[in-house]
Design a protein around this ligand. Structure first.
Ligand code: MG
Length: 455
């Protein structure tokens, strides 16, 4: 059984993720840490309090103290875990997933998300049921904080960032965890703020908790009507941000990531930028032109954060809108992303559409091929050899996540889906024609590998 995935534990409430499982995760974490204090927060999901109470129960039973902070964004919880000297942080969230889901994400005392190794250790304890419960007289205690507990985070942002212009900003927290803190920070920075979907509501009635071009159509209209400079939206737990420009257009995730990476590198005169294998090659184009280099990781914010730390990178980010601002902390932070983007626009004297205009837009093609889950990994392994033969001009092969070939004028990525019986193909090309040609040849290689293995 694999409980924890690339972004903590996720599941359908009272199907995969029950109070029983949450109490066992609480006891497993208590057993793993042994003693100390755990900070706990949740997003606005309807099931949040049910899971929080179960986690608290498990932790108290192991003698740990728990400090419950209520509804807060994930990056705020991560920051406070380190800042308040806790031994771990627990976030109850399913991020951008639909309302019937929830999840548990674990942070260490440095505010870093638990990596695979530590997640596996927790999993083993959950499975074995080998919990170290304490004697009745040593049970932990619970403290409850309120929103004022987030003040050290607000101070950190306001101390680090000053804006000269009175920006007109429409903020859309999507009824998630950023509803109160994000508008407050923009106001404190002197912006003219209009907030929509800022009321906490675990049914997410305003829009899907996943910000994308489709779910942000209403925000785009309001940005135009309000004559705003920017529209900012977050996912359910606030580690991702997405943007609408001053013309009311959704800003492409890859291009704004590349523009911000280039801006950071210009300021620190080169350095490393970390992104995942799925991001557009426009990131390399912009980063290399600014004297930096790109390191690519597996998909998942934990991997990006690890690489950021390892390579002492200047900036890290995934094209889903989860960016890491290394000067502040190592948890992807949507609020910081949006505030720092405004600061970048101000420094460069540009509007948001002008800021991304220099970044090339390349066509991306995606295809899924059905494949039995048992042979997915074998197919990807076999495809590697076939792809090398298909593309003899290949410049670089990466196996950090599936197989990724960098080609003249484009790239192809073949991955086994983590959750479905599918092989996923992603292709990017400098032109649509190039992308289509790469896709045709890569698809033929995948089909051939499938055929060979099904023989
Ligand atoms: Mg998230």
């Amino acid at each position: 059984m694999e409980l924890f995935g690339t972004s903590g534990l996720r599941g359908l409430v009272n199907a995969g993720l029950t109070p029983n499982l949450a109490v066992r995760v609480g006891m497993a974490l208590g057993t793993f840490i042994g003693k100390g204090k755990v900070l706990l927060a949740r997003d606005t999901r309807f099931s949040g309090l049910m899971l929080e109470n179960a986690l608290v129960s498990g932790l108290l039973g192991c003698g740990l103290g728990v400090y419950c902070l209520g509804v807060l964004p994930t990056p705020v919880l991560a920051y406070l875990t380190k800042r308040l000297g806790a031994d771990a942080g627990l976030m109850v969230t399913a991020s951008h997933n639909p309302p019937q889901y929830n999840g548990i994400k674990v942070f260490d005392g440095n505010g870093m998300a638990y990596d695979e190794k530590r997640q596996e250790k927790l999993e083993k304890i959950v499975e074995s049921g080998d919990f170290r419960l304490t004697e009745w007289c040593n049970l932990g205690e619970t403290k409850y904080g309120d929103e004022s507990q987030s003040q050290p985070y607000v101070d950190m942002v306001l101390k680090g960032i000053k804006l000269g212009k009175k920006w007109r900003v429409v903020v859309d927290p999507g009824c998630g965890a950023t509803g109160s803190i994000a508008p407050k920070i923009f106001k404190a920075l002197g912006c003219d703020v209009k907030a929509i979907n800022a009321q906490p509501d675990g049914f997410f009635p305003g829009r899907s908790p996943e910000p994308n071009a489709e779910s942000l159509k209403p925000l785009a209209k309001i940005v135009k009507a309000f004559g705003a400079d920017i529209g900012v939206a977050y996912d359910g737990d606030g580690d991702r941000a997405a943007f609408i420009d001053e013309n009311g257009a959704f800003v492409d995730f890859d291009r704004v990531l590349a523009a911000c990476a280039a801006h950071v590198l210009k300021k620190c005169e080169g350095g490393t930028v970390v992104t995942n294998v799925e991001a557009s090659m426009c990131v390399e184009k912009m980063v290399e032109a600014s004297g930096g280099k790109v390191v690519r990781t597996r998909v998942g914010d934990v991997y990006v954060a690890e690489a950021v730390k390892k390579f002492r990178a200047a900036f890290g980010g995934e094209p889903c809108g989860a960016w890491i601002h290394t000067e502040y902390h190592l948890c992807p932070d949507g609020i910081l992303s949006s505030v720092l983007l405004l600061k970048a626009l101000e420094d460069e004297g540009k509007s948001l559409s002008e800021f991304v205009a220099d970044v090339p837009a390349y066509p991306v093609l995606r295809k899924n091929v059905r494949c039995r889950s048992e042979i997915k990994d074998a197919v990807v392994g076999r495809v590697e050899r076939l792809l090398k033969r298909t593309f003899p001009d290949c410049r670089l092969i990466s196996r950090v996540d599936g197989v990724r070939l960098s080609l003249e004028g484009g790239w192809v990525l073949v991955r086994a889906s983590g959750t479905e019986p599918l092989i996923r193909l992603t292709v990017e090309g400098e032109s649509l024609k190039t992308a289509e040609a790469i896709m045709d040849r890569a698809l033929a290689a995948v089909n051939k590998a499938l055929e060979d293995l099904e023989k």
